[in-house]
Design a protein around this ligand. Structure first.
Ligand code: SAM
Ligand code: DTB
Ligand code: SF4
Length: 329
């Protein structure tokens, strides 16, 4: 790899991979002076990553709305349909997904993330899902799916189809989780992550900040992720998009500097992972995003739409990359 002088992959012992983080240790990171924290995160980042490269993942909602789960942040829960007014759609046709993936690739994205508003996939939909994975892989893109909980048999089908990543977020700390979601347990999420890992699919797991949680909950979320047997390969950190009509619509906005802190702590605790600056960039200043990159964010969601909410336009992101001297990985 043509790495710049600042990128020193040899010194990995200076940023050990640990799975035994205590809550006190994680809180101590969150409580560091901001400059010390970001500097330390930047140091760790440069050991394992090229700090001037950012990976681009693009999302598509292959099945929108009508979800039986009650996640308080989500526009797609059937429980909030009356107030959000979001109409449910059927699973998209394979060809339409591949056409959209071609456009994403032409726009510069290297990973295509396909999301469905399901508790878990129905077995009758698996052939369509498998065809989507195979079709997107044939374009030479990395594939990611987020379909809810998986059975062993479904996980194997995804692995056999060649799926590269599976996204399933823990979302928050175990303690705060019950305030946000009541229809499935924290442990069920961990079970799905373990199933995905055991099948040999790369794990993408992170969460949301800005839901009214305490800093202890942000610490707890990262502690859960970093203390998994193996760190997730990708860690999406989402800033809540407060969707009108959801129970979290009026929650107090989190200070963007606290978001930067969360990115920095994620980077220090999971040095090799791709830490993704995920939902919420539409409302974030360029300066806040630049701080996130400085603090170790190595990936973004790219393209003008997330699942149901807007994301910055490609030319806006490329203008920011140009100002910062960043290039797509
Ligand atoms: N239904 C599947 C599931 O929950 O695993 C897959 C799709 S779900 C929309 C994927 C993730 O997107 C959620 O776990 C959550 O972390 C994130 N997300 C959803 N709505 C969001 C919002 N309004 N703001 C920020 N992140 C959000
Ligand atoms: C993740 O952590 N964030 C993405 C992806 N994984 C599936 C989804 C963000 C959704 C934001 C709200 C919306 O557009 O509906
Ligand atoms: Fe359904 Fe996923 Fe939204 Fe929860 S986050 S309501 S599981 S689509």
């Amino acid at each position: 790899m043509n790495a710049p002088a600042t990128f020193d992959a040899a010194n990995t012992s200076d940023a050990p991979i640990r799975h035994d983080w205590t809550r006190e240790e994680v809180m101590a990171l969150f409580e560091k002076p901001f400059m010390d924290l970001v500097f330390e995160a930047g140091r760790v980042h440069r050991i394992y990553h090229d700090p001037n490269k950012v990976q681009l993942s693009q999302l598509i909602s292959i099945k929108t709305g009508g979800c039986a789960e009650d996640c308080g942040y989500c526009s797609q829960s059937a429980k909030h349909k009356k107030t959000t007014g979001l109409e449910a759609t059927k699973l998209m046709e394979v060809e339409r997904v591949i056409d959209a993936a071609k456009k994403a690739k032409a726009g510069g994205a290297s990973r295509y993330c396909m999301g469905a508003a399901w508790t878990s996939p129905k077995d009758r939909d698996m052939d369509t899902i498998v065809a989507m994975v195979e079709g997107v892989k044939d374009l030479g893109m990395e594939t990611c799916m987020t379909l809810g909980m998986l059975s062993d048999c479904q996980t194997k089908k995804l692995k056999d189809a060649g799926l590269d990543y599976y996204n399933h977020n823990v979302d928050t700390s175990e303690e705060f989780y019950g305030e946000i979601i009541t229809t499935r347990t924290y442990q069920e999420r961990i079970d799905t992550l373990n199933r995905v890992r055991e099948a040999g699919i790369n794990v993408c797991s992170g969460g949301i900040v800005g839901m009214g949680e305490r800093v202890e909950d942000r610490a707890g979320m990262l502690q859960t992720l970093a203390n998994l047997d193996q760190h997730p390969d990708s860690v999406p950190i989402n800033m809540l998009v407060a969707v009108p009509g959801t129970p979290l619509e009026h929650v107090e906005r989190l200070d963007p500097l606290e978001f930067v802190r969360t990115i920095a702590v994620a980077r220090i605790m999971m040095p090799k992972a791709e830490v993704r600056l995920s939902a919420g960039r539409q409302e974030m200043t360029e300066e806040a995003q630049a701080l996130c990159f400085l603090a170790g964010a190595s990936s973004i969601f790219y393209g003008e739409q997330l699942l149901t909410t807007p994301n910055p336009e490609n030319n806006k992101d490329m203008a920011l990359f140009s100002k910062l001297g960043l290039s797509p990985a």
